[in-house]
Design a binder for this molecule. Structure first.
Ligand code: AMP
Ligand code: ZN
Length: 498
């Protein structure tokens, strides 16, 4: 198995860029925290999953065999008001909690398809792994880092921090700050030894809907536990990459590490990758703040935040223009500019596909080869998609000049032209995951429209030659109803859109 190039990634836990070295040569295990399926996903969630989709696609492109695990959080977790999200959703919609979970899992999958993200290799659900979660709670208790109180089990953060010295390493918080900040399961604060301790099993109240038997009580697992359990089950005790949005660093990922170390005495992964937040009007896009735009609203334009509808590929292009670890502010102007950029790239690809060379010379080769190499190099530098994309855009005027004859395409060797075509198609489609909606029948696709109108006028001409006036008139009238006017002249029939 050969890997195309060395990769460097920013490892959040080390706070620096490091050379990526997989545990098993040629293979990568990657776990990404998936959605909580109690309501529709918003574009912020989409940004995180698109970012990891590009990372996944690029790892595969480099030649790695990747096992990509992304979970579905379908166990409700306590909100500050003491109710869990899944039950809240179920009561509001008059559905069973598992109906709520299924409904929004389906919706999430639809969105992932629309944004052309690849499916993960495994998509485990928290509710399908309750037994394993109970086992991990038991391991944590056996190792002395968990204690039971009134049917709930808590993780002893102070003992863990004293013995292991690593608690807070990922989030950069020290135990005193953690104590002060701890907000989760507020109503159970009095049961805990320390405010920073967190629940790994919670006793359920009688009216709690999602609950299971355990050695401690009828209850439900703590939120952080499912990811520790499912990543271990499918990728091993220590795997290569763990990812998620950077809002999950604390408490979710910090506590995941504590659980894994507490249960197995090993770190869950070697590299932590965190994507940054999608903002709207300078604030994090978040459902609880009402500061969201849904994918449907983006596509239909039915939102005060956009002046028109945008194709999902325009949004993908928009996201590609910013590094995954930087914040990204969504604005109508930026989307409009992305729409233009996306079309320019696709048009260049359509031109490039048709270019041919006699290979008479090679004076154009050096520039093209250098830029194609840089695309790969940029992506190997912590998945720098915006830089890689800008290299492709450096090639666009060249491609157009070959077509228009300002530059001689025959000064490109056959190998260099092949590299150019492979780089464009490999990165635009395989790595960046864009689709060419212009050729596939997008609204302003001139080629498809020309082809269809050519076919229709030909059929009408045949009808006229056969003196089939009713068919000929029907075609003309139906097109007129679509505001397309036909004009019969001595050189044939032309058409215009009013
Ligand atoms: P949730 O369903 O809330 O657990 O979120 C699913 C994923 O979306 C997590 O990885 C979050 O970090 C991520 N996420 C939530 N809000 C945003 C946002 N505004 N921008 C980017 N990612 C987000
Ligand atoms: Zn998680």
């Amino acid at each position: 198995m050969s890997i195309k190039k060395e990769l460097f990634v920013y490892n959040s836990i080390q706070r620096k860029k490091e050379k990526f070295e997989p545990i098993n040569e040629g293979f990568i295990g990657m776990y990404v925290c998936g959605p909580t399926v109690y309501s529709d996903v918003h574009l912020g969630n989409v940004r995180t999953f698109v970012s990891f989709d590009i990372i996944y696609r690029f790892l595969c492109y480099l030649g790695y065999k990747v096992r990509y695990v992304r979970n579905i959080t379908d166990v409700g977790h306590l909100l500050d008001d003491g109710e869990d999200r899944m039950s809240k959703g179920a009561k509001a919609e008059n559905l069973e909690p598992m109906e709520v979970a299924q409904k929004y899992t389906n919706g999430f999958h639809d969105m992932m398809r629309i944004f052309n993200t690849l499916q993960p290799s495994i998509e485990p659900r928290a509710t399908g792994h309750i037994l394993e979660q109970i086992e991990m709670v038991q391991d944590i208790i056996n190792n002395g880092y968990g204690y039971e109180k009134n049917g709930s089990v808590y993780f002893d953060t102070v003992k863990f921090a004293e013995e292991k010295k690593t608690y807070g390493q990922l989030s950069g918080r020290v135990i005193d700050e953690l104590m002060a900040e701890s907000r989760s399961d507020l109503k159970n604060q009095s049961e805990k030894k320390h405010p920073s301790d967190f629940a790994i099993w919670m006793k359920a109240s009688d009216d709690h809907l999602m609950k299971w038997n355990s050695p401690w009580s009828v209850g439900f697992p703590g939120w952080h536990l499912e990811c520790s359990v499912m990543s271990t089950k499918y990728l091993g005790e220590t795997f290569d990459i763990h990812g998620g949005g950077n809002d999950l660093k604390f408490p979710h990922h910090e506590n995941e590490i504590a659980q894994n170390v507490g249960a197995c005495n090993c770190q869950p992964c070697r590299y932590w990758l965190h994507t940054n937040m999608l903002l709207m009007n300078g604030r994090k896009m978040s459902k609880s703040d009402g500061n969201t735009i849904t994918p449907e609203e983006l596509m239909t334009g039915d939102s005060p935040h956009v002046s028109q509808g945008y194709d999902p590929m325009v949004l993908r292009f928009f996201m590609l223009q910013t590094h995954y670890a930087s914040t990204l502010d969504i604005t109508d102007d930026a989307l409009k500019a992305s729409e233009k950029g996306y079309k320019r790239l696709m048009q260049a690809w359509q031109v490039l596909q048709k270019l041919e060379t006699t290979g008479a010379g090679n004076s154009e080769d050096e520039d093209v080869t250098r830029l194609c190499d840089m695309v790969l190099e940029d992506m190997c530098d912590d998945f720098n998609a915006p830089k890689a994309l800008s290299r492709l855009f450096e090639l666009v005027p060249k491609i157009n000049s070959y077509k228009e004859g300002h530059l001689d395409v025959n000064q490109l060797s056959a190998d260099a032209l092949r590299l150019l075509k492979e780089t464009f198609s490999g990165f635009i489609f395989d790595v960046f995951g864009l689709k060419d909606v212009l050729s596939a029948g997008g609204a302003d696709n001139g080629n498809v429209m020309d082809g269809l109108m050519g076919l229709i006028t030909e059929l009408r001409q045949g009808a006229r030659e056969n003196k089939d006036w009713s068919t000929s008139d029907k075609i003309r009238d139906s097109l007129a109803a679509l505001n397309i006017q036909l004009k019969d002249g001595k050189d044939g029939t032309s058409w215009t859109i009013n």
